[in-house]
Design a protein around this ligand. Structure first.
Ligand code: G3P
Length: 218
């Protein structure tokens, strides 16, 4: 399974990259706003800075919601860097735009996906990635991980190449459950990636090893 980091925070992106297990980055307008990145010029520069900090795909989201606007914005974003993936919302004009980008060889991430039907449409349009938001589904008492499993089954039935990018991941168990049901990618906050490291028996075991070493070696 690939690990993406879901943030626009450059320090966290660099920290995850330094771990050696990072495969890409996802951003969205809310994450950019959280970092205080304002104005078109600064936003563009920030995407370039993120691309230069990592080796994998970097999702940059369009703001336009009409077909022509999505195409114009997406083509501009795609020209910024070869690692850019154009993130497009799951709306009618978005699906049409994904088909256009797919024909042009521009990578896309279909975002704000909450049903298997939406994921099926994204795959048929040729999206590179589909982003089901599992945490937000859990928030409203639907099982987000079950949606990942359902999409995996459907994509397998027809051999769709669209990669399932589990998004809105909130904690370590989400990552593990997504791996169990075969998500291609998990995009996570840094805290969830680092959370995978942790177990109290690892900490107490290491403390014991170091204490025993000290006993015999002073
Ligand atoms: O990648 C999508 C993600 O940023 C949404 O996460 O936590 O806002 O539901 P969240």
């Amino acid at each position: 399974m690939k690990f993406f980091i879901d943030t626009a925070n450059l320090e966290q992106i660099k920290e995850a990259q330094a771990l050696g297990v990072l495969d890409g980055v996802t951003t969205n307008p809310s994450l950019m706003a959280k970092e205080g990145i304002k104005g078109e010029k600064n936003i563009i520069q920030h995407y370039v800075d993120i691309c230069n900090a990592v080796t994998g795909d970097v999702s940059a989201e369009v703001i336009a919601t009409d077909y022509e606007g999505i195409i114009k914005e997406g083509e501009q974003l795609a020209k910024l860097h070869k690692q850019i993936v154009v993130k497009v919302p799951m709306i009618k004009d978005g699906i049409k735009a994904i088909k256009y980008f797919s024909n042009k060889g521009i990578k896309t991430n279909c975002t704000l996906v909450f049903t298997a039907g939406q994921a099926l449409l994204a795959a048929k349009a040729g999206a590179t990635y589909v982003s089901p938001f599992i945490g937000r589904l859990d928030d409203v008492a639907y099982d987000g991980v079950s949606l990942i499993a359902q999409i995996r089954l459907i994509y397998g039935n027809y051999g769709y190449k669209t990669q399932i990018l589990a998004a809105s991941i909130r904690h370590v168990m989400h990552i593990i459950q997504c791996a169990e049901v075969g998500a291609d990618v998990a995009t996570c906050p840094l805290s969830a990636i680092l959370g995978l490291l942790k177990h109290p028996l690892t900490d107490s075991g290491l403390a014991q090893f170091l204490a025993d070493y000290k006993k015999i070696n002073g």
